[in-house]
Design a protein around this ligand. Structure first.
Ligand SMILES: CC(C)(COP(=O)(O)OP(=O)(O)OC[C@H]1O[C@@H](n2cnc3c(N)ncnc32)[C@H](O)[C@@H]1OP(=O)(O)O)[C@@H](O)C(=O)NCCC(=O)NCCS
Length: 253
């Protein structure tokens, strides 16, 4: 705070999705009007102390791919890892690919259709999250934790989430979070046995069409820069890269 105004934040959490304990995450943001006054360093120090007190042994931080931000991370003892793009789609100006009929045997549902029993979606998300490229091996194994952190996340939109079902089982999905104005894809995934058949495109395009019809004007998403197939899906939908972040890592042990 400066003169009662919030001028920076440090968001911290210990990962519950990594099989390795003690994986901490720090994201520090400082209001551009207040940079170069030591605010970021103070926030990093407070965040690190907090995470170490809770058992962190390795810290990850997303850093905008710009020289000043990268130098800041390196000065604080972090080394660069993989990078990820933010992608943006203007739903007012860009024509989405036309809606396709699902191929025979495939049905499209919404997340709401799984409200009574979301476990099949947990299983699909666990399988696909394990294959997502990244610095941290993610493993969703705790159903109760997934219910708490993902299924009941206050921004999750079950209405806009699309699930492609084959023989009664979810085969692909595109999960959406929204604050009522912006549409953000938190995860798209296709079960291993069903990849390469256009199901991710089908599910995400269906969800975007419903979002546009509901009045959303902007869709956002994030992809590891090495995730060729997901980036291909997003480019096909019309997304464009709008920023790149680098994952920085600091080992404390
Ligand atoms: C990414 C993922 C969702 C794609 O699902 P899918 O159902 O196989 O996707 P689709 O079949 O709809 O489309 C894939 C497209 O990527 C293309 N593609 C596949 N591998 C590619 C690569 N390495 N580089 C570029 N394009 C590639 C395919 O050719 C296809 O395009 P086409 O239809 O023009 O041929 C799936 O691989 C997955 O679940 N991965 C693990 C989870 C993950 O990383 N999710 C994204 C998190 S941000």
């Amino acid at each position: 705070m400066a003169d009662g105004e919030v001028v920076g934040t440090a968001q911290v959490h210990l990962s519950t999705e990594s099989p390795e304990p003690g994986q901490g995450n720090i994201n520090v943001y400082v209001d551009p009007a207040y940079t170069r006054r030591g605010v970021g360093s103070l926030l990093v120090r407070a965040a690190e102390e907090h995470l170490v007190a809770h058992g962190a042994v390795r810290l990850f931080a997303w850093v905008l791919d710009e020289p000043g931000n990268r130098a800041f991370a390196e000065r604080h003892g972090y080394r660069a890892g993989r990078s990820a793009h933010f992608l943006r789609l203007d739903l007012t100006g860009t024509a989405l690919p036309p809606l396709q009929d699902p191929p025979p045997g495939v049905e499209l549902r919404t997340g709401s259709d799984f409200a009574d029993d979301p476990r099949p979606l947990f299983e699909l998300e666990a399988e696909t999250t394990a294959d997502e490229p990244g610095d941290m091996d993610l493993e969703l194994s705790d159903y109760e934790a997934w219910l708490e952190q993902n299924w009941r996340h206050p921004l999750l939109s079950l209405e806009l989430t699309t699930v492609a079902v084959v023989d009664g089982r979810p085969a692909a999905f595109s999960a959406v979070r929204t604050d009522g104005t912006r549409y953000f894809t938190s995860m798209t995934g296709t079960a291993r046995a069903f990849r390469g058949r256009g199901l991710a495109k089908l599910a995400k395009n269906d969800s975007l069409h419903r979002a546009r019809a509901a009045g959303y004007t902007e869709a956002l998403t994030g992809n590891d820069t090495g995730n060729g197939s997901m980036i291909a899906v997003n480019k096909w939908l019309g997304y464009e890269v709008c920023a790149t972040e680098v994952r920085y890592v600091r080992d404390l042990a």
